[in-house]
Design a protein around this ligand. Structure first.
Ligand code: FE2
Ligand code: FE2
Length: 358
């Protein structure tokens, strides 16, 4: 155990010096806000999938992804105000995995908020996670922005409580893609009622940013890139001038605009998922606005993984993907077109004629 600690510290030292020469989004920061009091940024790390092997052994690749993201986030200047962790800290929700992941996250030099992914949840229904991180859903205010943290990976009570002989089997059934025994994710009636009450006290001109694990939109049901009651949650956000949803779970770049609501997915630190259409040959509702991520080298273990730096200028998100082994990308809200756009790759056609497939 002791040896592990030493190794990790040594690695962090190495990662820190590597990060010092890498490209951090300094220009984005320098060009920030007219009113410095309202200006801030935060970082987003997600989907680490820390996986226990046996004893004190964990899958090294997944450990390395999270360690690198934490080290690079700690190097950001100016400093982000806080870090959000977007769920799937663990692979199979065990105490060993959650503790090991929490130990790595604890090295962040900033206040850190966490949300639940299905891999954290379906073993003990978030009981141990709660001991580490508190309530399953909550909200907080920061410099004039209202942040809402949802647990979007709930499902039907019958599936959760009655169908499986053991918690371990329930966890494994929910962990798979293309599993006919799975069940669609949802926020659920109880949480939606809480959200409605929470938002009642928020002025419609206040920017609202929602953090969820699954997309609060419908992309592809077979992989649960999907939230069954997405429209009902969207309806609660509809009255706000500036609403944004940031989600994990899909391990790939996606963005969309539905009415007033902007959507941004974040990368995983563990591995990338392919786009469903290219892999499962299935119909998906990947927003046509999205310029897919480029995987320069699919055989490189860290390719198409990464973490995010987020600038909240005027209440809308400018998300810079810090891509390991790939060129960083920024997807920022464009006030002229009224939607998020990739600052480099968005085609002129999609600027003129939005094809929001939803
Ligand atoms: Fe994940
Ligand atoms: Fe997930």
């Amino acid at each position: 155990m002791k040896r592990n600690h030493l190794n990790r510290r040594d690695f962090l030292k190495g990662a820190a010096s590597a990060a010092a020469v890498s490209t951090l989004p300094v220009t984005t920061v320098e060009l920030a806000f007219a009113d410095p009091a309202k200006s801030f940024s935060f970082a987003y790390i997600s989907d680490s999938h820390i996986q226990h092997v046996k004893g004190d052994q964990f899958v090294n690749n997944w450990d390395r992804g999270l360690i690198r993201a934490v080290a690079e986030t700690n190097m950001l200047r100016p400093k982000p105000d806080f870090v959000m962790f977007g769920g799937d800290l663990a692979q199979l929700g065990t105490k060993a995995e959650l503790d090991h992941g929490a130990e790595m996250l604890a090295k962040l030099n900033y206040p850190t908020h966490c949300l639940l992914g299905e891999h954290d949840y379906y073993l003990d229904l978030g009981e141990y996670w709660s001991e580490l991180y508190g309530p399953h859903w909550y909200s907080f205010d920061h410099k004039g922005v209202h942040f809402v943290v949802l647990n979007s990976i709930l499902t039907h009570d019958e599936w959760t409580f009655e169908r499986w002989p053991t918690p371990e089997q329930r966890m494994l059934e929910m962990a798979g893609l293309d599993n006919p025994n799975g069940s669609p994710f949802m926020v659920g009636e109880k949480q939606r009622a809480w959200l409605a009450t929470d938002l009642e006290g928020v002025a419609k001109t206040t920017p609202v940013v929602v953090f969820s694990h699954s997309p609060i939109q419908k992309i592809y049901k077979g992989w649960n890139f999907w939230t069954d009651d997405a429209e009902q949650v969207q309806a609660l956000l509809a009255p706000f001038n500036d609403a944004t949803v940031i989600y994990g779970h899909v391990h790939q770049i996606q963005y969309n605009q539905i009415g007033n609501i902007s959507f941004h997915a974040v990368m995983a630190t563990a591995w990338p998922w392919p786009y469903p259409q290219s892999y499962a040959q299935a119909e998906t509702y990947l927003p046509k606005l999205t310029v897919p991520m480029n995987r320069a080298d699919p055989f490189h273990e860290r390719d198409a993984t990464g973490w995010q730096f987020i600038n909240l200028e005027t209440g809308r998100v400018a998300m810079t993907y810090q891509l390991n082994n790939n060129t960083d990308r920024t997807v920022a809200y464009n006030r002229e077109t009224g939607r998020p756009e990739d600052t480099t790759f968005q085609s002129p056609e999609s600027r003129i004629s939005p094809q929001i497939h939803y």
